[in-house]
Design a protein around this ligand. Structure first.
Ligand SMILES: *[C@@H]1O[C@H](CO)[C@@H](O)[C@H](O)[C@H]1NC(C)=O
Ligand SMILES: *[C@@H]1O[C@H](CO)[C@@H](O)[C@H](O)[C@H]1NC(C)=O
Ligand SMILES: *[C@@H]1O[C@H](CO)[C@@H](O)[C@H](O)[C@H]1NC(C)=O
Ligand SMILES: *[C@@H]1O[C@H](CO)[C@@H](O)[C@H](O)[C@H]1NC(C)=O
Length: 442
């Protein structure tokens, strides 16, 4: 009895030791799979988004390829590109590792035996990494969906690029209440930094925000208000999917599949469709704050891309006047067009240079207000404002607040909005909607 017990526990120790050794060796990346790519050499020849220069790296899964690209000299972004040479169409950037934190010539992307993927500048400064050292990673792959993954021995993803979107959501990619819960626009075609717009997954739906340099709080300019059926609970996650319509046969939908809490349930909403397989599609929060679905059809030479739906558009539920910068720094928008420049002396013709006269003083005696009738600010449509409140109270709130550029007031309902940025005002043809724009006395 005793001796057999002794033997079995010894073999248990041996077994455990053996298991431990084999797990360690299993969890290391085979050296044949490791790589170091250096950002050096000639640029590629094909036309890519933002008129960038690029260097293609070996990881490729049609139509996705890992690249370094730059739009300003010696400031490179590690990114996934979508598009094939054969289609002879623009190639677009659908995922980025290091927006706003570029690397220089001779930077390296290294995948070591420890399973960590590290982007470092030539001087060794680590710019970006997956933080997956010694977490069981055995391999790296770019999948045909555009998801770049680090997986363990069982094929489970320890890290995936789908979990860190920038401004683009590919088919199969998910926004989650616990994060990643938003897309952030690009600053400009030339400057790869965060722009002022964001698309956020909120408890009751999607919302778009504009972040003005004048104010800490982003302003909402669009919400998906009635799209999702959520009674008591809240959204858990939302995935962009592509679904062939089996009845029609030749219709393919781009759909938001979503889950809610209380009770936990799943549902979906078709957002757009195309007449061909649209599995290779994405949702993009654009530089101008608009939201679009792009579909890539590699079989159409020279014109593989199609914009299948634009959210704020003359043909959509919401028009272009809702875009905060549709009419520049300060302009009046009507029927998707910029029609006037509001000045203290009335409306003048619109140009993209229209702007308010800056009030530099905080002293109430140094400025006044001029009135516009029948206009709304872009934030009004999707927010309730304060009130009921008296117009004089609304005005004194703005007067006391140095950063307030004007206030908006609806006389029926007595509601008040303080504006920290003006940008695009919309003509509403309702004389109860008033705007009071702060203006220097001289
Ligand atoms: C990059 O490294 C190579 C090889 O070490 C070197 O010859 C080259 O000058 C470096 N380029 C820059 C821009 O530093
Ligand atoms: C979304 O949430 C549901 C419910 O919690 C869960 O079952 C599902 O796996 C989630 N989907 C994704 C893609 O995370
Ligand atoms: C659509 O294309 C994807 C690959 O791009 C493929 O996996 C899928 O089976 C296709 N779906 C249909 C319905 O043909
Ligand atoms: C003006 O707007 C108010 C809501 O703010 C609405 O109740 C009213 O019907 C509108 N009037 C016209 C003429 O559109």
């Amino acid at each position: 009895m005793t001796s057999s017990h002794f033997i079995s526990s010894t073999s248990l120790v041996i077994l455990l030791t053996f298991h431990l050794i084999s797990t360690i060796s299993e969890s290391a990346v085979p050296s044949s799979q490791t790589f170091t790519y250096v950002n050096e050499g000639d640029f590629g020849d094909y036309v890519v988004e933002y008129d960038a220069n690029y260097r293609a790296l070996p990881p490729f899964s049609s139509p996705f390829q890992l690249c370094f690209y730059n739009t300003t000299p010696n400031a490179f972004t590690l990114a996934l590109r979508m598009g094939t040479v054969r289609s002879e169409s623009l190639m677009r950037w659908v995922w980025e590792a290091n927006r706003g934190n570029p690397v220089k010539e001779n930077a390296t992307l290294k995948f070591g035996t420890d399973g960590n993927l590290v982007l470092a500048d030539a001087d060794g400064r680590v710019v970006w990494q997956t933080n997956t050292a010694n977490k069981g990673v055995v391999g790296f792959q770019v999948l045909p969906t555009g998801n770049m993954v680090l997986h363990d021995g069982k094929g489970k993803f320890i890290w995936q690029s789908f979990d860190s979107p920038t401004d683009t959501l590919l088919v199969g990619q998910t926004l989650r209440a616990g994060g990643p819960s938003k897309l952030v626009s690009r600053f400009s075609a030339e400057k790869n930094a965060d722009g002022p717009y964001s698309l956020v997954l909120e408890p009751k739906g999607l919302a778009m925000y504009y972040k003005s340099p004048n104010s800490a709080r982003p302003m909402v300019y669009w919400t998906s208000s009635e799209w999702f059926t959520i009674d008591k609970g809240s959204l858990t996650n939302l995935t962009l999917t592509s679904n062939p319509d089996t009845d029609e046969g030749f219709l393919y939908y781009l759909t938001f599949d979503y889950f809610t809490t209380n009770p936990t349930s799943g549902s979906n909403r078709n957002m757009a469709f195309s007449r061909y397989n649209n599995t290779l599609s994405y949702l993009r929060l654009e530089i101008d704050g608009n939201l679009r679905f792009y579909t890539y059809n590699p079989n159409v030479q020279g014109a593989a891309w199609e914009v299948v739906y634009t959210f704020l558009d003359r043909d959509s539920m919401e028009g272009e006047c809702q875009l905060p910068s549709r009419c520049g720094k300060f302009g009046l928008c009507e029927d998707n067009q910029c029609v006037a420049c509001p000045t203290p002396n009335g409306l003048s013709g619109w140009s993209k240079d229209c702007d308010v006269k800056k009030v530099t003083s905080c002293k109430a005696s140094d400025f006044g207000y001029y009135k516009l009738q029948g206009v709304d600010h872009f934030m009004i449509k999707y927010t309730r404002g304060d009130g009921p409140t008296k117009q004089t109270d609304c005005e004194s709130k703005c007067t006391k607040d140095c950063k307030c550029m004007g206030y908006f007031y609806h006389t029926d309902g007595s509601r008040c909005w303080i504006a920290y940025d003006l940008r695009t005002l919309t003509r509403v043809g309702n004389s109860t909607h008033l705007a009071y724009i702060k203006s220097p006395n001289k």
